[in-house]
Design a protein around this ligand. Structure first.
Ligand SMILES: Cc1cc2nc3c(=O)[nH]c(=O)nc-3n(C[C@H](O)[C@H](O)[C@H](O)COP(=O)(O)OP(=O)(O)OC[C@H]3O[C@@H](n4cnc5c(N)ncnc54)[C@H](O)[C@@H]3O)c2cc1C
Length: 468
């Protein structure tokens, strides 16, 4: 098998032993799982050749991109890891069409830079953007902080190219906004976590780059009125809110403890801190006035001033420079770092309807106190899209106890019509939840699709779908 892979790709692109070891680790501390080998194809044709060989020999394959996934989907002892890292070309930025044609191994931040050079943005962004790749983002249908305005990965993909388990290349690299020609395989592959195909390329939707941002930290005594504020700000700005991110007092405390040099947004620790960002497109909002002030920033200042006078918020601070804006984002993007400081931990990535986030938090906290009175939490929320990262620090390491806590929180999620995975996917971490909570009809349909496209079960086996 290894000899044949070397013939196909060249000996330097087939890693084994120590050279392959780094690919066996999970970002989230999932321990080590030694791969059979790591292959690094440079083209779709090479991916296809590898998959044909894997299919012939019944070898399990794990497609792997930036290795920042948080669901344990990129590991598997004895599997062939197929790394997309050498397929890293941005083939074209189509300025007029506002789209980008890319290979799956393009790192997210590289695409950001290339788009910005043309006055455009690829709006998918999150803390791991310096390592995560397009293939991984598509495979997990990643979300992030700007979903409120631009949607998640699924909303940003116009075309896709992929290689199926038997080596068949599916070329749907079209730059089309309308295309009703049969089943939309693009959307089947997005979010499939490497269990159906290797994604090798994509045509992505770009957006005009905002000419100016107005970014603020807003303090409130209570989270309940936050959604009404967001809706008013959306109305007042023509839907220009890019981010509306909730951080409770203990999140801010934990961040400051980890980064003693960082500046606290407020002198006191309000129960609610919201990172609010507006992106302005119209030149009238982005062109500095005679006093040098950006109209969009002045507008936000007036708006927040009125909220303050009305007692609807308790304080606000607006970023006056790019570095102040970066400081505000640094705190929000430290969420994974903060959650990773304590063990044991249970990371829950919850979605509920946007008007039920407060109810979820109240009920989840109450359920947790009942199930494990000494447990701690680290909470942060993409409040504008209903996604809550609810990390629990239980009082003891004990699988039965862990299951009990997960069940208690997921009962609340189910009661509120929510989802147990918002943006991280299922991987291996959520398999038991998937078995317990996913609609049985949907699970059966997914298994039928998997069996049809990957009859030998070689595509990332043991991920996403629990055993029947
Ligand atoms: C600090 C930090 C912050 C994060 N913030 C967010 C956030 O805000 N929102 C969010 O959604 N996620 C977030 N994540 C999770 C993660 O970054 C995303 O899931 C990301 O999209 C994974 O990309 P990757 O290239 O690292 O994929 P990998 O980790 O390499 O792979 C992830 C999964 O996709 C499969 N896969 C990878 N490439 C392919 C391919 N080409 N074809 C088929 N399957 C493939 C793998 O088998 C695996 O199952 C964060 C992670 C970190 C570490």
């Amino acid at each position: 098998m290894l000899d044949r892979l070397r013939e196909l790709l060249g000996a330097t692109q087939v890693l084994t032993g120590e050279a392959a070891a780094p690919y066996g680790y999970d970002w989230n501390g999932g321990g080590f799982a030694a791969p059979l080998a790591v292959v690094r194809p440079a083209s779709t044709a090479e991916v296809s050749a590898v998959m044909k060989l894997a299919s012939e020999t019944g070898t399990p394959v794990i497609p792997l991109s930036g290795r920042t996934g948080l669901a344990g989907g990129g590991q598997g002892a004895g599997a062939l890891v197929l790394s997309l890292e050498r397929m890293n070309r941005i083939r074209e930025i189509r300025v007029g069409a506002r789209s980008a044609v890319v290979e799956a191994g393009v790192i997210l931040s590289r695409l950001h830079e290339a788009a910005e050079a043309e006055g455009l943005i690829f709006p998918l962004s999150f803390g791991a953007r310096g390592s995560a790749m397009i293939g991984g983002a598509l495979a997990t249908n990643a979300g992030g902080s700007n979903v409120l305005r631009y949607g998640n990965t699924r909303d940003l993909v116009l075309g896709i190219e992929a290689v199926l388990a038997d080596g068949t290349i599916v070329d749907l690299m079209q730059d089309l906004h309308k295309n009703n020609s049969g089943y939309d395989l693009r959307h089947l592959l997005i979010g499939s976590e490497g269990t159906l195909a290797v994604i090798t390329g994509a045509v992505l939707r770009l957006r005009p780059k905002p000419g100016a941002y107005a970014t603020a930290m807003v303090a409130m005594e209570d989270l309940s009125p936050a959604l009404a504020l967001l809706n008013e700000i959306q109305q007042a700005t023509g839907g220009a809110v890019e981010a509306f991110e909730y951080m409770p007092a203990n999140f801010v405390e934990d961040y400051l403890a980890l980064h003693p040099g960082a500046r606290a947004p407020f002198e006191s620790r309000p129960p609610v801190t919201i990172l609010l960002e507006i992106g302005a497109l119209a030149p009238r909002d982005c062109t500095p006035g005679l006093d040098g002030a950006l109209p969009i920033v002045t507008y936000l200042e007036d708006l927040l001033g009125r909220f303050l006078e009305a007692g609807r918020i308790s304080d606000a601070v607006i970023a006056r420079s790019g570095s102040q804006r970066a400081e505000m984002w640094a705190m929000r993007e430290a969420a994974s770092e903060i959650a990773g400081t304590r063990d044991p931990r249970i990371i829950l990535d919850i979605a509920v309807p946007v008007d039920r986030v407060v109810s979820f938090l109240e009920r989840a906290d109450a359920a947790l106190v009942k199930a494990d009175p000494g447990a701690g939490t680290s909470v942060v929320s993409h409040l504008g899209d209903g996604n809550v990262h609810y990390t629990v620090f239980p009082t003891r390491v004990d699988p039965v106890h862990k299951d009990h806590l997960v069940e208690a929180i997921e009962d609340v999620v189910a009661e509120l019509g929510g989802a147990f995975s918002a943006e991280h996917g299922i991987g291996t971490h959520k398999l038991s939840t998937m078995a317990r909570r996913k609609d049985p009809g949907a699970l059966a349909a997914m298994r039928a699709i998997k069996a049809a496209l990957d009859p030998q079960n070689i595509m990332n086996p043991g991920k996403l779908l629990p055993p029947a």
